[in-house]
Design a protein around this ligand. Sequence first.
Ligand SMILES: *Cc1c(COP(=O)(O)O)cnc(C)c1O
Length: 416
Amino acid sequence: MSDATWRDHAGRDLVRNVGDRFALFVRGEGAYVWDEGGTRYLDFLAGIAVNSLGHAHPVFVDAVATQAATLAHVSNYFATPPQLALAAKLKQLAGTGPRGRVYFANSGAEANEAAFKLARLHGTAREGRAARPRILTLENAFHGRTMGTLALTGKPAMQEPFLPMVPGVEHIAPTVEALEAAMGDDVAALVIEPIQGEAGVVDLPDGYLHAARELTSRHGALLIVDEIQTGAGRTGRWFGFQHAAIVPDAITVAKGIGGGFPIGALVTFGDTSELFYPGTHGSTFGGNALGTAVSLAVLGEIERADLVENASARGAQLRERIAAIGSPLVAGTRGRGLLIGVALRHPVAGAVVAAAQEHGLIVNAANPSTVRVAPPLNIGDVEIDDFIGLFTKALATVEGSVLLDADESATTEVSA
Ligand SMILES: *Cc1c(COP(=O)(O)O)cnc(C)c1O
């Protein structure tokens, strides 16, 4: 397809819910993708923390092909071996113990919809217990785009065209004091990301998860941790909450657990596992044999190749190398493991991302002054060297224009 042709098709046929697409990608291998003209790009976004093993990994390819040739889908009237195996694996990795349970969905938003319903079930008045109509989440949180999860998402600009929201959700500042002030016996759940990915890879304050566990337990509210971006080993532990050594009541996962296959899940702990009962929730595709077999294979490869440890070590290496570029634009890095927010001193993340793409590097702007770097978990020295070379060039391109602008405004100020 010529350049004009695919852009015309995209402009004419796709819903305009996102801006213009930068490229038409036709193939991928490892940490690299190729566009239709044969240009190679280093993919350090990995489909937004999705492609844990990179592109076209033989384990992923084999799992898709083998399961597709065996049994893909039978509906949730029936169980299948990969579904049961993945449920057991997720319970083990999350550390639920025997009383954990897993609900399978097809995306992050669907996993969070299930979590929302779980919170409502917990909040329902019954057996002499008062109702808990309130659900707390954080300002700037991102939990999805469906109507339920949009209510959880703490971004007024995203909600505004779709008001009224599903009621009962309150967004609080990400401080222990704000949580203390908001918490009460009428709260059904606190829903939080261990690192706010879409807000710009923003870390929680030190000790926040501990305090959150303490306060929710004291008031009988559920602590639900959204691990959709932070899960599957990305932060250097299987799940982000494990850095804090707390036990949540439920977590949600998606993105990285499928390695590119759409799948999500809600994993519950202890008593919370008994809240859903027959008829309260469901999904036609959720947990089908194909999706669960692929996720099981992806998690198996992350485990076999020690990629959780690699995420931790390569994350540290990348952070050091980014600092060593010595760019005047870079203020520092946030996040953990291979979920990295490169904080810029000016709101020029969009320009840095565009310059990176021109140089053959894919990253994205998580907010106007943060570049998000989230490569496959199996990267090594070669990919890191390549990234540093390309990112240095991209930063230099933008440094030039920012400094030029600064000079111009300085000149203007002087002459004015
Ligand atoms: C991506 C994301 C979601 C939504 O997942 P989808 O698969 O896009 O529906 C929810 N929560 C967090 C933290 C995410 O990063």
